[in-house]
Ligand binder design. Structure first.
Ligand SMILES: *Cc1c(COP(=O)(O)O)cnc(C)c1O
Length: 427
């Protein structure tokens, strides 16, 4: 057993012992490398990329991107990532910032919307309009920033209801949000329709592409239908896209992009009214860990367009295969037709959802449970394990008796037996 002291140990634990303890302690942690996890880690299944990432993380382990002038190489990498994103999403190469994740990107966009509303639109108490499927990061930002969020119920197709959103726009509205895709259903909001409302009202429109930003351009390039969602759509003013999801960077990297640099500038902070010299930053963090920045850059450059296209093809193949399996299997169904690689499926009898999830968890397959069903996201690493996963579902279904109770209780496993808990963990 690993000992986790509750106070600073009197004497330090030697390195070899400590590393062994840490490894032992990881025994019950999410085992994403096996391909049995369907959220939290986007498994690129790419040994060369893995080598690059370990190398770059080690090179920059102790460095601090707070002062980019001290690190010309980091500054160049950060600028290069932002320029690559700008090129992909159709805006100017300097109109964005690299953040620690989707939540921080969204925080920045909401802060910009608040300040733009106050300073430019003359709206002292701004609100933002979200589809009911939008990520909680918007509500979190609104809480910190003391503004109000209004959620509009999505339509029967699971997408933002443009007509209902139009009705909800009022004098206080500063920004309309759409997701590409939304996390819970995996469907893509009508960004053209939402952005047109924003143009009419003279307000901002944010596209939450945290999940899809680094996949949809390649999804489209391999021939899948993708509705317009980038800055190519008139009225889109900001966009968030996580590199640590389908950009396959390790954790701590996302971009928030704007339609122009003057909007980005609402994010900037500078201060010199203290004896410590000039202090300026573009994002909320002060001290900034360098490894995610260097890692994001190294990942995108190692993969390149052809690498991301190949990953997209694997993700597409896995998604198509799994959806076809669910469609062909009695007792389960796809609850929303996925427009990307996020699949919400469930038991035909909803009371079997929890036992199904518990049985899968018992066999080590970590699918998330939402209010309406089971949720998973396909990564390149899933293609190889899908036959096993499908067999596990078939046997789990067979083990569930008609009253919704597993015929034989699953072996105890962390997470098993309390699937409802997973509903509050949206990633
Ligand atoms: C993951 C996600 C977020 C939040 O990003 P974090 O990196 O978890 O902070 C926001 N929106 C969507 C659609 C997401 O999938």
């Amino acid at each position: 057993m690993t000992d986790y002291p509750s106070a600073l140990p009197e004497t330090g634990r030697p390195a070899e012992q400590l590393l062994a303890d840490i490894t032992t302690g990881r025994g019950d942690d999410l085992d994403w490398k096996s391909g049995r996890a369907f959220s939290l880690v986007y498994n690129a299944a790419d040994a060369e990329l893995e080598r690059v990432q370990h190398g770059v993380a080690e090179l920059f382990l102790h460095d601090n991107a707070l002062n980019p002038m001290a690190y010309p190489s980091l500054r160049a990498m950060e600028g290069s990532v932002i320029a690559m994103a700008a090129d992909l999403f159709g805006t100017d190469a300097r109109s964005g910032a690299l953040t620690s994740g989707g939540t921080e990107s969204i925080f920045c966009a909401v802060q910009v919307a608040r300040d733009y509303a106050r300073e430019v639109l003359g709206k002292p108490e701004p609100t933002i309009l979200l589809p009911s499927t939008a990520h909680p990061a918007f509500d979190k930002a609104a809480k910190y920033l003391d503004i109000e969020v209004i959620r509009v119920a999505v339509g029967a197709d699971g997408r933002a209801d443009v007509a209902a959103t139009a009705v909800a726009v009022d004098d206080r509205t500063a920004m309309i949000v759409g997701s590409t895709p939304c996390y819970p259903y995996g469907v893509i909001d009508d960004i053209t329709g939402l952005a047109a409302l924003a143009v009419d009202a003279g307000i901002l429109c944010h596209v939450d592409a945290c999940l899809g930003g680094w996949l949809l351009p390649f999804w489209e390039a391999i021939g899948e239908p993708v509705p317009p969602w980038t800055f190519a759509v008139e009225g889109v003013t900001s966009l968030s896209a996580d590199i640590h999801k389908y950009g396959y960077g390790y954790k701590g990297a996302s971009v928030v992009m704007y339609c122009n640099r003057s909007l980005l500038k609402f994010q900037f902070f500078s201060f010199d009214d203290w004896p410590g010299g000039f202090y300026g930053s573009a994002t909320p963090a002060g001290t900034r860990p360098a490894p995610p920045i260097a890692g994001a850059w190294a990942t995108l450059v190692n993969l390149g367009r052809d690498g991301l296209l190949a990953k997209a093809a694997d993700v597409l193949a896995a998604t198509k295969r799994f959806v076809a399996f669910v469609d062909a299997t009695d007792g389960i169904e796809v609850l929303r037709r996925p427009e990307m690689s996020v699949v919400l499926f469930g038991a035909t009898d909803p009371q079997n959802n929890a036992p199904l999830a518990a049985a899968l968890h018992g066999q080590g397959w970590k699918v998330d449970v939402q209010q309406e069903g089971l949720h998973l996201m396909m990564s390149p690493g899933h293609l190889a394990v899908l036959p096993d996963f499908e067999a596990a579902i078939v046997s789990a279904l067979a083990s569930i008796s008609s009253n919704g109770v597993p015929a034989s209780p699953p072996a105890p496993q962390s997470g098993a037996g309390e699937p409802a808990r997973y509903a509050d963990r949206a990633i």
